[in-house]
Design a protein around this ligand. Structure first.
Ligand SMILES: Nc1ncnc2c1ncn2[C@@H]1O[C@H](COP(=O)(O)OP(=O)(O)OP(=O)(O)O)[C@@H](O)[C@H]1O
Length: 261
């Protein structure tokens, strides 16, 4: 690992999805020749309409799916150069936060168990230390200690998203990919979760790829912005620049058509 290397670098990354039988083949080019650069401790917003390839890009960035071509380098290490064991270890440093958090929470586990689970799965820490870390993580995402014995169904959507954020933070990742983390929430709750994510990103010096279709959300969260259209990056610059002086017609369209938070 190189200490000065960017948190994430995508070079000429493409992803094709293939459909059909042997006799009728079709290919969908979901991501096309993407180059992205995320500086350490920065937030890179990725914005585009539904189906533009944002989630595919996020999954490629954390090594959940391989690109069809191109390279992904995380903190100086190319993911395609890692063997299965090294990739598993590397994945601890790269966590994803999804839109629909409730589906990933085991309905039969208490909040305490949900927050201890990442350490148990990895065989890290003793039970008392796992309990202590669970309680610290609850504090960090502003969930009361009194909630620790509660089950997922006893929490609101916003609180469940806080649980997912805490679980993503448990193993101290350096890189977070947040894929539409507030899209499923009421507008009143969205702002609170965005503020929390921003505070945590700053306090932990996290590098974050922040995916959203909402320009207002992107503007609030990001240092830099990449605009994706039909799988291609059409604009990639500092956030202020993109919002003050958009160059691409599609970016201009997004800016005029997205309602503010
Ligand atoms: N596993 C898959 N198999 C086939 N096609 C896929 C697969 N995953 C994504 N796609 C297709 O690739 C394109 C990009 O999808 P992706 O989910 O990355 O877009 P997105 O910008 O995140 O959209 P949304 O915000 O609606 O999730 C879409 O046309 C989608 O149908």
């Amino acid at each position: 690992m190189t200490p000065t290397a960017p948190a994430l670098q995508l070079e000429h990354v493409s992803k094709d999805f293939r459909f059909g039988s042997l006799f009728s083949r079709a290919v969908h080019h979901a991501v096309v020749d993407v180059n992205l650069h995320l500086e350490r401790c920065h937030v890179l917003g990725v914005v585009g309409e539904s189906g533009s390839g944002k989630s595919t890009l996020g999954r490629i960035a954390v090594g959940l799916i391989p690109p069809t071509s191109g390279t992904v380098t995380v903190a100086g290490e190319r993911l395609d150069n890692l063997d299965a064991g090294a990739l598993r270890r590397k994945r601890r440093q790269m966590q994803m936060i999804f839109q629909d958090s409730s589906s990933s929470l085991n309905p039969r586990m208490t909040l305490q168990d949900l927050l201890m689970e990442p350490f148990r799965v990895q065989g890290l820490l003793t039970e008392p230390d796992r309990r202590r870390r669970a309680s610290e993580l609850a504090d960090e995402v502003q969930l009361a200690q009194a909630f620790l014995p509660r089950m997922p169904h006893e929490f609101s959507g916003g609180q469940r998203q806080r649980i997912s954020i805490a679980r993503a933070l448990a193993l101290d990742p350096g890189l977070i990919v947040a894929d539409e983390p507030v899209s499923a929430l009421d507008v009143s709750v969205q702002a609170a979760i965005l503020n929390l994510l921003k505070d945590i990103q700053e306090a932990r010096d996290l590098s974050m790829l922040f995916i959203s279709h909402d320009m207002a959300v992107i503007e609030f969260m990001s240092d830099d912005v990449a605009v994706i259209y039909q799988g291609r990056i059409v604009e990639h610059a500092a956030c202020q620049e993109v919002f003050a002086k958009p160059r691409n017609d599609y970016t201009k369209l997004l800016l005029t058509s997205t309602p503010s938070l």
